[in-house]
Write a protein that binds this ligand. Structure first.
Ligand code: FAD
Length: 424
């Protein structure tokens, strides 16, 4: 395992950072002003996207791109440090066509789209002409266990008819969002539990699709939305089924691995920024005749943040490497682990930074309150921590079952007791 960034990745990191410093960050205040005035996306977004595309800083995330598709074809490990850089400025990913949930959706379409679906949806997504959303969670059932999902899809003649209600659907109120990938129940109870659901491609403007509201996350409304959507007798052609009927779960697994690496690295970028802001503040601010940086508890916060961020980054890079190696079973547990580790990291590190900033840390004048909120949301979105912990624990127990008794020789019991059958 060599996790040193290769010269090519180093060069890309530098180009990406320079592009952000030169062209994107100068628009940060204007982006917030525009969004607060209800203009989203801001008028300069298309120009920034065109510039990023012309500079080859486009679709940095998708390893399996074909020769005629725009993008860099980086491995997950190579893309990870770039996601970290983009993560520091939450709206920056859109400039490079690397925003969630489009990245996961493009990944999914890349694997399973028919030629028609490719032409109609994947190509415009790869070109950055449209946005998309992934609709799985439902208000009426515990969506941590997706086998509960109830939104129905039925074949009626040459059409698929959908009925149900989804919520917290990220990206659905983005004005460019044209496509919903909807997880629906397509089979009755006789089918095996994990073969009852299918994915259906639903254009957002289809009659019967009703965007009910954009739900705030801890008082914070994002302009692209976390939306509640109702499907009432929504009719789409049979050809809008994505992949095989009943294969929804298997396909969702394919989508979530790389997407979680991206989330985790963006989080690490935000933690790095929070720590840098914390440190700068402690060197400027004095209390009772001392700089904050000179206080022992503040130094501990700084040291703990540095150590925790570095541990998390190595764990994420290791998970990305495992995905790239095709070690799927182990990668699944690793990806579950990083999802928990980085979400907790973000709330801890950002919390320390907010404390050091005093009241200002809770205001919208710094990005900290938003970062903390996002860290808290990360403990739920893409599955709650407890589900990921269960995946890690099950993997650990499976490993142990395969080597049962391997620890017996390390016991310090007297020999005659060790020989007892219940110990062996
Ligand atoms: C900001 C944000 C964005 C989101 N974006 C999307 C999106 O784009 N598309 C989408 O479909 N969904 C999205 N979601 C929804 C998210 O995926 C769900 O909230 C999540 O899967 C949990 O489902 P639930 O809310 O129904 O909680 P429930 O399933 O009702 O679970 C409640 C609690 O039960 C506990 N629990 C669950 N399972 C276990 C277990 N095995 N062991 C112990 N305890 C357990 C956990 O503490 C959990 O928080 C988003 C959520 C947020 C907050």
């Amino acid at each position: 395992m060599d996790f040193d960034y290769s010269p090519a990745v180093q060069a890309l990191r530098q180009r990406l950072q320079e592009f952000i410093d030169r062209y994107v960050l100068p628009y940060n205040a204007a982006w917030h002003r525009s969004v607060s005035q209800g203009v989203f996306p801001p008028p300069f977004m298309d120009d920034l996207k065109a510039l990023a595309k012309s500079e080859g800083l486009w679709n940095l995330f998708l390893p399996g791109l074909r020769g005629d598709e725009p993008g860099t074809r980086l491995s997950n490990l190579a893309y990870a440090p770039l996601a970290e850089i983009m993560g520091r400025l939450p709206w920056a990913s859109e400039v490079f066509n690397c925003s969630a949930p489009d990245t996961g959706n493009m990944e999914l379409l890349h694997l399973f789209a028919t030629p028609d679906q490719y032409r109609q949806w994947l190509r415009p997504l790869l070109e950055g002409e449209i946005r998309s959303a992934f609709a799985m969670s439902e208000p009426d059932v515990a969506s941590s266990d997706p086998t509960n999902l109830q939104t129905r899809v039925e074949k009626v003649g040459e059409q698929l008819v959908l009925n149900g209600r989804k919520w917290f659907i990220t990206g659905a109120s983005h004005p460019h969002c044209k496509l919903l990938i909807v997880m629906c129940r397509s089979a009755d109870d006789e089918a095996p539990k994990h073969a009852r659901h299918s994915m259906v491609l639903v254009p957002l403007e289809t009659p019967g699709v009703s965007l009910e509201r954009n739900i705030a996350i801890m008082q914070h409304h994002t302009p692209e939305g976390h939306c509640e959507i109702v499907f009432r007798d929504v009719r789409v052609p049979l050809a809008n089924l994505l992949g095989q009927e009943g294969a929804g779960f298997a396909m969702a697994q394919a989508r979530l691995g790389p997407g979680r690496i991206h989330h985790c690295m963006r989080t690490i970028g935000q933690c790095e920024l929070a720590l840098a802001m914390l440190c700068e503040r402690t060197l400027e601010r004095q209390v009772f005749g001392k700089y904050l940086a000179d206080l022992a508890n503040v130094q501990e916060w700084i040291a703990e943040s540095r150590m925790e961020i570095d541990q998390a980054r190595w764990l994420v890079l290791h998970a990305a490497w495992r995905l790239d190696q095709g070690q799927q079973a182990q990668a699944r547990a690793d990806v579950a682990a990083i999802k928990v580790v980085t979400a907790r990291l973000q709330t801890r590190v950002v919390n320390r930074a907010m404390q050091v900033f005093g009241a200002m840390g809770l205001s919208p004048d710094t990005p900290l309150a938003y970062f903390w909120t996002w860290g808290r949301a990360m403990q739920l979105l893409d599955g709650p921590d407890e589900v990921h912990l269960r995946t890690v624990a099950r993997h650990e127990l499976d490993q142990t079952r395969q080597q049962r008794g391997a620890t017996a020789a390390y016991f310090t019991l007297p020999e005659q007791l060790l020989a007892e059958p219940h110990i062996r």
